[in-house]
Write a protein that binds this ligand. Structure first.
Ligand code: MF3
Ligand code: CO
Length: 250
């Protein structure tokens, strides 16, 4: 069931989204060689509690941490741990909170020190895909307009789009209907209308689109071991157009 959010619910989701954005911004300067991914997880959790929110991922289907920290060929759902970041790595920080019963969910992929230009280009194009998808999140458009914008931009740069995972509706639950594919199929998907809130999250691979899950049951990696990037925003469809809820104030 697709739920539309009231004005009051959107106000809370704006706060939830702002908290996620603040925490991702705050993690960014900690993304340095020598830092362990579990240090980032701890900071995210502490800062969430300070803001009277709860980490949304911890305990979700048994997920053991607050943050998803996915390095290099890890696509999503990397579990924070002892791993030390190294110069030349990229790390996707995916974070979600629950605030007053509502979810915010966003991610960024960040370079560690100097990163190869071909990988920086992958990051740039993935973020562009996110914003091109957001541009399509307007009343009257179909979900496939988002999917098409993302896939066209990714493939025109020679990257592949992960097919098994995608964006989603979001609200009282982290994953609500509809699913938002990052590639087109036969169907056009539902028509968007004001009050719909979506998490858009393109995942682009430098190599082939195939993925697999590691034996930890969570970490999704590229099958060919090449790098992958992920950017996500929680976006409300409004009569005036898309409103990015996971954007830091100021
Ligand atoms: N941003 C991810 C998503 O939209 C977060 C889920 S990770 C989990 O699917 F650990 F919570 F499952
Ligand atoms: Co999400």
């Amino acid at each position: 069931m697709v739920t539309l959010k009231s004005k009051r619910e959107l106000e809370i989701m704006r706060d939830a989204g702002r908290i996620v954005a603040e925490i991702l911004d705050l993690l960014r300067p900690h993304c340095l060689a020598g830092v362990r991914t579990r240090d980032l997880d701890r900071i995210a959790e502490e800062e969430t509690i300070k803001r009277s929110a709860q980490p949304a991922f911890k305990g979700y289907r048994g997920y053991p941490a607050s943050l998803c920290a996915s390095v290099n060929q890890e696509v999503v759902h990397g579990i924070p741990g002892n791993r030390e970041l190294r110069q030349g790595d990229i790390i996707s920080l995916d974070y979600g909170v629950i605030y007053k019963g509502y979810h915010g969910d966003a991610s960024v992929t960040v370079p560690i020190g100097e990163v190869a230009p071909e990988i920086l280009n992958l990051l740039r194009v993935t973020e562009e895909c996110l914003y091109l998808g957001i541009d399509q999140a307007v009343p009257g458009n179909h979900l496939s307009d988002i999917s098409r914008a993302i896939q066209n931009h990714a493939e025109s740069h020679g990257y592949s789009v992960v097919k098994e995972l995608g964006g989603h509706g979001i609200g009282k639950r982290m994953h609500e209907e509809p699913m938002v594919l990052n590639y087109v199929t036969n169907g056009r998907g539902i028509r968007m209308q004001p009050g719909l809130v979506l998490a858009l999250e393109p995942m682009l691979n430098l190599g082939a689109d195939a993925i697999r899950t590691l034996s930890d049951g969570w970490t999704v990696v590229t099958a060919d071991g090449k790098p992958s990037a992920h950017f996500e925003h929680t976006v409300a469809i409004t009569p005036e157009g898309p409103e990015i809820l996971t954007r830091a104030a100021g």
